[in-house]
Design a protein around this ligand. Sequence first.
Ligand code: NAG
Length: 236
Amino acid sequence: MISPAPTAPLTHLLTRLAVTFFSTTPAAPYKQPSVPGSDIPIPSPTAKMPEIPDYPYGPRQVYKQSNTGLYGSQRIRFGNNVSEKFEIKTRRAWRPNVQHKRLWSDSLGVFVRTRVTTRVLRTIDKVGGLDNYLLGHKAQRIKDLGPWGWRLRWRIMQTPAIRERLAKERAALGLPPKEDVGEWIKVEGSQVARDALIAEVDKKLQEDGVFELSNEASAGPSEQDIFMKEQKPRTQ
Ligand SMILES: *[C@@H]1O[C@H](CO)[C@@H](O)[C@H](O)[C@H]1NC(C)=O
């Protein structure tokens, strides 16, 4: 009797290859440590969490793995390899240098596990740590964060250390203390928006001395208010 044994390893190999190259299963989620003294976990990059506001620029549609790591604005790029002799062109790709790292967060007091490109790693070093990187308020930084960085940003904003820091920055700008420091993390949390905000305050002061930053305050909690509220994680 002829056994199918000789073909079995081949089938197995082909299955393995198919799984490796054509799999649509998302990458395994990060195993994050729990945050000491807090019951809010470090969020997963993909799980539905209604308490986290949507990332203003939406998920990236090309090179989707960058949605679950700190990739900056890097993504896969394509071009040609050109042979020396006959200048034959073959397609090739350039991929970002992606590493798995644990990055220390001062405010959380733990290492956060993440995929990060070496270029972003350099930026994090330059700005003095993960927290500073995540809290950058220019539009370009918000774009660089991507959906995952945005979630981490939300998470560290739930810590007393960061809330205190944001309140101090507000005070330094001469803005009145607010229960919610939501102004800081608006989509337009860019330099432009901040300047506009200061201009608005100055104008109001000159006009009638009334400190009313926006009409939203009276219209119940806005999305920004909810963003900054300490919230229990939802269990599903
Ligand atoms: C293109 O060229 C580089 C460097 O010479 C080489 O490492 C790579 O394997 C080539 N890629 C393709 C698709 O031929």
